[in-house]
Write a protein that binds this ligand. Structure first.
Ligand code: 5GP
Length: 193
């Protein structure tokens, strides 16, 4: 998606440790119009699929998924939580994920009330790097007996391999911008064409 690539070139900054910072429009300040265009792009890509639920993970996935849901017949958006809370009552599906940005393990939790057998789920997230967060969401869907219909990602860092692993495993992964390389010294960002 050219619009997203242009925004990354314009406002993205490359940090040491293979981190791309896009706080100006995705991870801190949110450009809702851009989110809307992203939702439209995923809706076009997944047009042939039956999708009745969108699953994402807190925090940055939530805004993107809620705007995108408008393009999927207002499908309910469920976000996996990353910490236990007294608000999380009843039975839960839980798994553990290693965080690329925080460099530690954290739980990923969804109430059994909101992820069910027979659900046809679109997974959405802001970034795909090594694929750990998505594998956690896929595990939750498997535990629930839900079908993963596809995976929509805003920014995939192609050089970290998570996206290609998921594609090789048979998942339909639609990443709107795939960064092939990025250089913290020069700030140069190359996209997969
Ligand atoms: P993965 O689990 O695929 O290794 O990493 C994906 C998760 O880590 C995303 O949910 C995202 O929050 C975070 N993440 C990974 N790489 C980056 C990055 O370069 N920039 C930002 N802002 N978040 C990232």
């Amino acid at each position: 998606m050219k619009e997203l690539e242009e925004r990354i070139r314009l406002q993205g900054t490359v940090k040491p440790g293979n981190v791309l910072k896009v706080d100006a429009f995705l991870n801190h300040q949110c450009d809702v119009e851009l989110f809307d265009h992203m939702g439209a792009a995923w809706a076009e890509h997944f047009a042939g699929k039956t999708i009745n639920k969108i699953l994402t993970i807190e925090a940055s996935g939530i805004g993107i998924a809620c705007v995108a849901a408008r393009h999927f017949g207002n499908a309910p958006v469920v976000f996996a939580k990353k910490a236990q809370s007294i608000n999380l009552d009843g039975d839960q599906y839980t798994t553990t994920v290693y965080s690329f940005t925080k460099q530690k393990e954290f739980p990923v939790i969804v109430s059994k009330r909101y992820l069910n057998e027979g659900d046809h789920v679109l997974l959405l997230d802001d970034f795909l790097a090594n694929g750990k967060a998505l594998k956690g969401l896929i595990n939750l869907c498997h535990d629930a007996g839900a079908t993963v219909e596809g995976i929509g990602i805003a920014v995939e860092k192609g050089f970290q391999g998570g996206g290609d692993e998921l594609r090789a495993a048979g998942y339909d992964v639609d990443s709107l911008a795939i960064v092939e390389s990025m250089d913290p010294e020069t700030g140069t960002i190359e996209f997969r064409s």
